[in-house]
Design a protein around this ligand. Structure first.
Ligand SMILES: Nc1ncnc2c1ncn2[C@@H]1O[C@H](COP(=O)(O)OP(=O)(O)O)[C@@H](O)[C@H]1O
Ligand SMILES: [Mg+2]
Length: 237
């Protein structure tokens, strides 16, 4: 592996990366109320690697969406990277999503008509950063991830493992203190799954990022500093 870029060496997570109290998300679908998560308490310090486990439907994705500021809580309290997510305005939430957290998904979620380099640069350009600086940081990250020779390729020309490494570079482009991953190895063969998990562990151990991974896989267990098992939207006893 190439030398790590300085771009990911100085997180500022505040005293606690994640602090949730009674965190609840109830979905209303027509006249039916569905519990996503129900009363979760969570305190995660900087530099922890949290593994979220639990059956399908137990609330893992709901919790990650709230932590990422992609969704709003129904009740409780939630502070992530120093930002009070119950009380912030839409514009603050957008800023939070762009700068404070990096998100990685099972289905990679790359934009198919953009190149690898463009996919990685996009969140930084949306955050208003200068193209020249963004491009050089994106190249540095992609080089670190072994993707330096794929800059001009489109996602359809990549393997699953390569797409996920591109998505990891995109998640890191704005230098977030917290990286959230929702089943990041769910679409990968075991070799690539191991590689992606090792990269997430490197981010955690070498660069002190707080990392939260929802996964069914046992691959993350050896890296975890905390395992949280969810059951029907609650922390399992
Ligand atoms: N957008 C939504 N609308 C209604 N119900 C939802 C929505 N998203 C998730 N749920 C429900 O919330 C519960 C938790 O789902 P989810 O967080 O996706 O679990 P997991 O990621 O552990 O599989 C499930 O009962 C699911 O059906
Ligand atoms: Mg899920």
């Amino acid at each position: 592996m190439n030398a790590p870029p300085a771009a990911i060496a100085s997180p500022d997570a505040g005293p606690l990366s994640i602090h949730a109290q009674g965190l609840t998300r109830i979905y209303t679908v027509g006249s039916v109320q569905v519990t996503g998560i129900d009363g979760i308490d969570l305190a995660v310090g900087p530099g922890q690697l949290v593994v979220l486990k639990g059956d399908s439907g137990s609330g893992k994705s709901t919790l990650l969406s709230l932590l990422a500021g992609l969704d709003r809580l129904s009740s409780g309290r939630l502070t992530v990277a120093g930002r009070d997510l119950n009380h912030c305005r839409e514009a603050e939430l957008t800023d939070f999503r762009r700068k404070s957290v990096g998100m990685i998904f099972q289905a990679f979620n790359l934009l198919p008509t953009l190149t690898v380099l463009e996919n990685v640069c996009l969140p930084a350009l949306l955050a208003g950063r200068a193209f020249r600086e963004v491009r050089s940081r994106a190249e540095e990250l992609l080089d670190w991830l072994g993707m330096g020779d794929r800059l001009d390729h489109q996602p359809r020309q990549l393997s699953g493992g390569e797409m996920q490494r591109c998505a990891i570079a995109r998640a890191l482009i704005n230098d977030p203190a917290i990286v959230l991953a929702d089943e990041p190895t769910g679409n990968l063969d075991s070799g690539n799954a191991r590689k992606v998990m090792a990269l997430l562990s490197d981010l955690n151990r070498q660069f002190d990022r707080t990392v939260v991974i929802a996964t069914h896989s046992d691959l993350a267990d050896g890296y975890a500093t905390m395992v949280l098992r969810l059951q029907d939207g609650r922390v399992a006893p």
